[in-house]
Design a binder for this molecule. Structure first.
Ligand SMILES: Cc1cc2nc3c(=O)[nH]c(=O)nc-3n(C[C@H](O)[C@H](O)[C@H](O)COP(=O)(O)OP(=O)(O)OC[C@H]3O[C@@H](n4cnc5c(N)ncnc54)[C@H](O)[C@@H]3O)c2cc1C
Length: 407
């Protein structure tokens, strides 16, 4: 167990992909005295079991800018260390003309942002992802710059480089409380003692809300059960096969060790109270829930006929934190100077980590995020948005809303 310092400049609470990215970008800006505190081990929360699909597509130019930077950072990290980054592209398929019109809008945004994208037809979908049924497809979108990454290796690479530039990491340290005086952060108290510091960043993932409440800060993020299955080997699935999404069926997938990883974005997701999770929730999962996944399994059987004769190795059920509007919570907490928040990644934390980490580091060091963060800003939420009953209600369809709007 590493020795706990009694002083730091910026303490990052949580060593998932978001904390790692904030640390990387802070040290990149020359910030000294950066300390990551992780109560388990790096990546042990939600990050380790993420599907690791990387988005480049959005109908919102602000998101496209963040994703574009993300792809650049992943490409440059991959040159220095294997993080499993593959720019394999993504196919999005439409079952309806309405969906095609939505794809057209996305394509226009991407083209305006200089991001490569193509409208393609069913035969081209078949060429790219031969396992997909295509006879009911009325159109598709091809994004060559989307890809996939290994989230654990990404965290490792970001943290190693941050440490090379002076950051410190202490695992096995749980933050109990952020200490304040006169409306300003002065330190933190942990289960291994207190640390004085200038600023804190709450990157505690699905636990960010509970931690915030200890300082009367509203961080309306709430987890739901989130699923994918891993299959046995499927003939015709190549390692460089593009990822795919079928928004009308609320399913997505990609290659994984010769088989498929295929998952869903639930329209009636099950909220998970963080305090009900078993302790310690370190590299842990929720129980399989076939009743909940079955409608999406049926969508999968429709879209991928080979699944009818392919074994399922695992149904993975992990908690993922959503916000009411499925946008992250970003910025300095209103009324508490130097208490920063970056949480509520709403199922896109790996894709969002680079751009949002850079924006938060800019805000801390330069006082300006360097990009338009109005759709993420913590101050868009009032206290009523953090009411638990309200949150439990509105996160139920958050995954499907997020998936449909194509953030
Ligand atoms: C099934 C599934 C599939 C997914 N697929 C994708 C995908 O394909 N692409 C994509 O972009 N995203 C995906 N996601 C979402 C993505 O994995 C998450 O958004 C992201 O990992 C969240 O990262 P985080 O750093 O905010 O949280 P976490 O990884 O949970 O990190 C938070 C850390 O804070 C620590 N912590 C909490 N409280 C304290 C405390 N008091 N003191 C010290 N440490 C503390 C925790 O131990 C934890 O390690 C998926 C999620 C799931 C569940």
């Amino acid at each position: 167990m590493s020795e706990l310092p009694d002083q730091a400049n910026v303490v990052i609470i949580g060593g998932g992909v978001i904390g790692a990215s904030v640390a990387w970008h802070l040290t990149q800006l020359g910030c000294e005295g950066v300390l990551i505190l992780e109560r388990g081990q790096l990546g042990c929360g939600t990050t380790w079991h993420s599907a690791g699909n990387i988005l480049r597509m959005s109908s919102d130019p602000r998101e496209v800018e963040l994703y574009t930077y993300g792809v650049e950072l992943l490409s440059s990290l991959q040159e220095r260390r294997d993080i499993g980054w593959k720019k394999c592209g993504r196919v999005m398929i439409a079952r309806t003309e309405k969906r095609v019109a939505e794809f057209d809008a996305i394509a226009r945004t991407l083209q305006a942002c200089g991001v490569p994208v193509d409208r393609i037809q069913a035969d081209a979908v078949h060429d790219k992802v031969p396992v997909l049924r295509t006879d009911d497809i009325v159109g598709a979108l091809w994004s060559p710059d989307d890809g996939r990454v290994n989230p654990t290796d990404l965290v490792d690479a970001l943290v190693r480089e941050a440490k090379n530039r002076g950051a410190r990491v202490c695992e096995g340290v749980a933050v109990d409380q952020v200490l304040t005086s006169n409306g300003q952060v002065t330190g933190i108290s942990t289960d291994r003692g207190d640390i004085r510091c200038e600023a804190v960043v709450n990157c505690a993932g699905l636990w960010a809300r509970d931690l915030g409440l200890r300082n009367d800060i509203d961080i309306p993020v709430y987890p739901v059960e989130h699923f994918y299955v891993l299959t046995d080997v499927v003939e015709g699935v190549a390692p460089d096969m593009p990822t795919f999404r079928d928004p009308d069926g609320l399913i997505y997938g990609r290659e994984e060790t010769g088989g498929l990883l295929f998952g869903c974005f639930d329209r009636n997701a099950i909220p998970v109270r963080p305090s009900d999770l078993p302790e310690p929730f370190v590299f842990s999962l929720l129980n399989e829930n076939w009743d909940q996944f079955m409608p999406y399994m049926e969508e999968g059987l429709h879209r991928i006929p080979a699944l009818k004769h392919t074994g399922i190795r695992t149904l993975l059920n992990g908690p993922e934190a959503f916000t009411p509007d499925t946008e992250p919570v970003f910025g300095e907490a209103p009324g508490l100077k130097n208490y920063f928040v970056l949480a509520g990644m709403s199922s896109a934390g790996i894709s969002r980590s680079a751009g949002m980490g850079r924006a938060l580091a800019n805000l801390i060091v330069e006082g300006d995020a360097g990009c338009d963060t109005s759709n993420f800003d913590i101050s868009r939420f009032g206290q009523e948005s953090n009411d638990e009953a309200y949150l439990r209600k509105c996160v139920r369809d958050a995954p499907s809303r997020h998936f449909n709007l194509e953030h």
